[in-house]
Design a protein around this ligand. Sequence first.
Ligand SMILES: [Zn+2]
Length: 403
Amino acid sequence: MIKKQIGTIILSFLLILAVAGCSSDENNKTESNTSTAQTSDPSIPKLSTNEVHPPHLIRLYDTSQFSIIWNELIDTYYIACGMFFGFESDFLFNSDMRVDYQQTIEHFTPYRNHSFVQGLGRYLDIQNKYADMEVLYYLSQYIISVSNTGLGIGNIQSNIFQSDDEFYSFIVALYEFYQETDANVFFGSSNIHNDKRQYLLEYAKDVPIDDLINEMENYVGNKSVMYGSNNIYYYSMVSVYKSPNNASFRIFGMNNDIFMTSIQSPLGFDGDFSIAQLFETAQHEALHMYINSGIEVHSQLIQDLSKDKNPLDFTSGFYVYMPWHRIVDEAVVRVVQARIYGIVYDDLTFAYQQILSKEDQFGFQNIDGICHILEEYELNRAKYPTIDDYSTVLIERYLSNSP
Ligand SMILES: [Zn+2]
């Protein structure tokens, strides 16, 4: 089937969410980056291949705006990365998780010398012993695009994939590995995947997801400014093989729809399935999409206000290597989310406990202080229709509030 490019990649962010129990040595292992990739000419038809019939996107849970999704090919990529590192990595197959990876390891270990695994070095993150974020971005976009429209993606130019041909060669090799390892048979009988499905079936409805999304869009106020009248769908692409200690985000357009896709674990920091944390992470990543650009445009102001400041007086050790505007947006995202939870649950104490208490442990210094700065915004929405209209106040008061 001929597949042509239909999507425009708008932005991609690797957003480190939080690191539980992370030593300082581990803190600098994962790079945070912000990159922009453009695809420009939708008239160029892009070939997928005749050989690949990628497994469908599986929807584990849907509300009207939010979907928890997973895909066997993407899990197969995580597994292959785990195999490459001998299942020893801080971010994959974590041994301190409560879920049991043994069945997966036993099924796939006989294939550890498979040419796909042996040749994977270029397509993973050697330094951090992790999957490569760009591979995950493009894989996710490809799977979502094929599943939703029957069309592939194209005009790919990235650090990892220099061309569409390279991307599709990778897809063919991954798909062959998926077939030759009988991965689909494995996924059909996998306890860990059945447990995930059962858990979400039972508990996903316990979180008022649509209320939290509607309040988020209302709170930031800039959805139509940024994305016009396009429909926005929030997707969480989950994998049980991925650590809950980081997450990343991909936003892209398809026809008139915008897909905000978080790439994350369904596990909580305690290593067990957690719908509460799954959704918190998804919303955290979505908030970056609404908040970051309005902070970054004030980089000069941020630079002026922070020039004599020590990042460690503000943020987690995990974030100190990031530029100051990213340090600011990580704080703003957290407090905005706490206020949203406070409104939806009508209980600020609960919200601060739920969203912010763990951040104190991770080293955020004045996170409660910045929460109160938002009261003025909430009470004066006629003056501040969007969070961007309030960002200079937020920045000035946050950065002058050093303990
Ligand atoms: Zn973040």
